[in-house]
Design a protein around this ligand. Structure first.
Ligand code: TPP
Ligand code: MG
Length: 325
């Protein structure tokens, strides 16, 4: 498996070990040599299943929250935080860390779950999700949780600060990369394309946009009468290319394919890259997949039990068992 983490010439912080509640598995994944990754890949799949379990448990416990979008983004986020980003959970404000912005901020619970498994916060804290006093709000609040690089939630606004961070990094001669995750409904917002234009205009090859292309916004696509499953806009590949971006596509649930495209994005010179990740809304839970009603519904206790059983069946093997324990 290819990996862009770490880049050999980059300085690393002195003490990179997080106090993760499951440190042995995290360390195993981080130390696995690229290219010999069958067990690590299996572990990535297990981490994805574990993340999905934490997402649906948290939404059930909170009695509110988005669920379909977090589940479609899970494998991409797991891959970023366990394979790709140059980060140190012990030093979330490390100036040379890679930046990540969840522009589709309504999927915050997926990011919180991955940050917890990666050692940024206790896994138990996920039970506070969406409570008024919690650091884990329904949309990411960078003023309350260390490790968040941007507050988001109003769709369309995450790529612009990502471009600004990348420009600042260039001015300061820093080597970090900036990754921004967008929703496919979200890119109907005009500000996305203003930012896309600027990123290409300045040849910002340190910027990667990851499009969570689950082919569904909240209710389907707006139409003259109600909603439809037919997309109202052009192929996003052609559109990003027309704005001057390098575009690659992957199966957003296949860790080997994600590795390939993230590495292509990280090494492409002279243009920003858009990774169009083809995903399934509600991925991993049979009765949620592809159903817009699960955009933001809360599973009952019975539905939660069924979903957790399905996730348990997805993973096998000793490394996977350790993650799921
Ligand atoms: C500016 C703005 N308008 C509306 C919303 C409400 N909203 C939250 S999620 C969503 C649908 C987003 O669809 P998509 O980008 O495809 O996200 P995903 O499928 O990944 O959940 C909408 C309309 C919002 N958060 N911000
Ligand atoms: Mg969508």
């Amino acid at each position: 498996m290819e990996s862009s983490n770490p880049r050999p010439s980059d300085p690393r912080p002195s003490d990179p070990r997080p106090s993760d509640p499951r440190p042995s598995v995290a360390d195993l994944l981080l130390e696995q040599p690229p290219g010999e990754a069958s067990e690590a890949e299996q572990s990535l799949e297990a981490l994805s299943a574990r993340t999905r379990g934490l997402i649906i448990e948290s939404i059930h416990h909170a009695g509110a929250g988005h669920i379909g979008g977090p589940l479609s983004a899970t494998d991409l986020l797991v891959h970023l935080y366990f394979r790709t980003l140059r980060i140190d959970p012990q030093r979330p404000d490390w100036p040379d860390r890679d930046r990540f912005i969840l522009s589709k901020g309504h999927s915050s619970i997926a990011l919180y779950a991955v940050l917890a498994l990666r050692g940024y916060l206790p896994v138990e804290e996920l039970r506070t999700f969406d409570q008024a006093s919690s650091r884990l709000q329904g949309h990411p609040d960078m003023s309350s949780l260390p490790g968040l690089d941007m507050s988001t939630g109003s769709l369309g606004q995450g790529l612009s600060p990502g471009v600004g961070m990348a420009l600042a990094g260039r001015l300061r001669r820093q080597s970090f990369r900036t990754w921004v995750m967008l929703g496919d409904g979200e890119i109907q917002e005009g500000q996305i394309w203003e930012a896309a234009f600027v990123a290409a205009r300045y040849n910002l090859d340190t910027v990667t946009a990851i499009l969570d292309a689950n082919d569904l916004p909240q209710f389907g696509w707006p139409a003259a009468e109600g909603f439809t499953r037919d997309r109202p806009y052009d192929d996003p590949r052609a559109k990003f290319a027309a704005f001057g971006w390098h575009v690659v596509e992957c199966d957003g649930h296949d860790h080997a394919d994600i590795a390939r495209t993230f590495a292509a994005a990280a090494t492409h010179v002279g243009q920003p890259t858009c990774v169009i990740a083809h995903t399934v809304k509600g991925k991993g839970i049979s009765f949620m997949e592809g159903d817009f009603l699960w955009h933001a519904s809360v599973p009952t206790a019975d539905q939660l039990a069924t979903a957790l059983e399905e996730l348990d069946r997805l993973v096998q093997g000793p490394a996977a068992q350790e993650v799921m324990a």
